[in-house]
Write a protein that binds this ligand. Structure first.
Ligand SMILES: NC(=O)C1=CN([C@@H]2O[C@H](COP(=O)(O)OP(=O)(O)OC[C@H]3O[C@@H](n4cnc5c(N)ncnc54)[C@H](OP(=O)(O)O)[C@@H]3O)[C@@H](O)[C@H]2O)C=CC1
Ligand SMILES: [Cu+2]
Length: 344
């Protein structure tokens, strides 16, 4: 209350702003720097813990750098912006980190690299601290530039409710929406998130590529190679536009039907079972979940079909114009020649 009074009494409001909270960041790498910059912009004070406090790379202005132990002691919340492979030294800091909230932001380069999640490993190294897994689904770039529509959510999990609360307050102040995923046993799942690049698109995309390849080769053999063998006519110039324009609508219609079919199957299944409160079989579940992607791909192929259909008449028109010009020029020169003859 003293600070509030002080502020309201000061007419210009310039003196003594309320003391800002001090947060600690271990590691002065890409992520540590971006996070620190963002925290400073939000109004926090930041202290870095580093192996080389005097010779680390460029850090945001107004941030302090100290040894790990000194930095840990000065703050209650420590972001561990270090790769899991280098966590082991943290064990020696257990006394300084006792009772602190440790935020594990780490990711792995592939799934199931280690038997336990990074956050669980960190908790095992420092049992006296409260580990919270958070921010790992964001990139350093997204952190530095602040939340965008695509990157608004911060997933977190941890065993200690107060620790989670403290981290979610920081995340909210940074402008993110916090999604609590439960206890630290959810950390494995959170660590796998960044490794799944658009998982729901994988199956539909493979299907689209497979269908396109299949119909392309089928039509190539049927329309072009067979004509070449039978009639010795080379119409390979058709491959680029006419043939492609046959493939697109076929693939588009198949994808569209695949988009609607699972809904119909599901409806029949529900009628057959006489209830809608029963799980669908796994294959149907997965199929239902990628309907949106199937539909969007179908739309994409239909769009290509429209585009190519518009291109073909333009091509013919240009060819027609060219031949028309040639014909009229030949005719002109002929008539000119005739009149010359007549004059002679
Ligand atoms: N970069 C990104 O976009 C994202 C990164 N992450 C995670 O953040 C963590 C850090 O990533 P990033 O900043 O990119 O990595 P960097 O390699 O850029 O930085 C890692 C930092 O860790 C410290 N460090 C390195 N080796 C050791 C060691 N043997 N002992 C102690 N400290 C060491 C160093 O800091 P110093 O020299 O000061 O001690 C170094 O700057 C990783 O776990 C990563 O998975 C998560 C999401 C996104
Ligand atoms: Cu068509």
């Amino acid at each position: 209350t003293e600070k509030v009074c002080h502020l309201s009494l000061c007419p210009l409001g310039t003196a003594a702003a309320p003391e800002q909270e001090l947060l600690c960041i271990f590691g002065t790498g890409d992520l540590g720097r971006s996070l620190g910059q963002r925290l400073l912009q939000t109004g926090y004070r930041v202290v870095y813990g580093s192996r080389r406090p005097h010779s680390c790379g460029p850090l945001p202005e107004r941030a302090q750098v100290m040894s790990h132990a000194a930095a840990a002691q000065s703050a209650n919340l420590v972001f561990i912006c270090i790769h899991r492979e280098n966590y082991d030294f943290l064990e020696t800091l257990a006394p300084e980190l006792k009772g602190k909230v440790l935020v594990d932001v780490s990711n792995n380069v592939e799934k199931n690299l280690y038997p336990e999640a990074n956050a669980e490993y960190l908790q095992r190294l420092i049992p006296g601290a409260h580990v919270v897994k958070a921010f790992n689904t964001l990139s350093a770039w997204a952190l530095q530039n602040g939340p965008s529509d695509a990157n608004r959510q911060v997933y977190l999990c941890g065993n200690n409710a107060e620790a989670k609360q403290a981290v979610s307050v920081v995340a909210t102040k940074l402008g993110f929406t916090v999604l609590d995923r439960g206890s630290v046993s959810a950390a494995k799942e959170l660590e796998d998130f960044p490794l799944q690049l658009f998982p729901e698109w994988r199956l539909p995309l493979r299907l689209a590529v497979g269908l396109t390849a299949f119909f392309f080769f089928y039509l190539l053999i049927r329309d072009i190679i067979s004509v070449y063998i039978k009639e010795k006519k080379d119409i390979s110039f058709r491959i680029m536009v006419s043939l492609a324009n046959k493939v697109f609508p076929i693939v588009s219609l198949i994808m569209l039907s695949l988009c609607y079919l699972p809904g119909v199957i599901a409806a029949f299944l529900q009628l057959y079972r006489g209830t809608k409160y029963k799980r669908f079989p796994d294959w149907l579940d997965r199929w239902m979940l990628c309907r949106k992607q199937l539909g969007l791909l179908a739309l994409g192929f239909a769009f290509l079909h429209v585009l190519y259909t518009l291109i073909i008449p333009i091509r013919y028109y240009v060819r027609f114009r060219l031949s028309a010009i040639t014909v009229s020029e030949v005719r002109d020169s002929l008539t000119a020649g005739e009149s010359l003859c007549l004059m002679q």
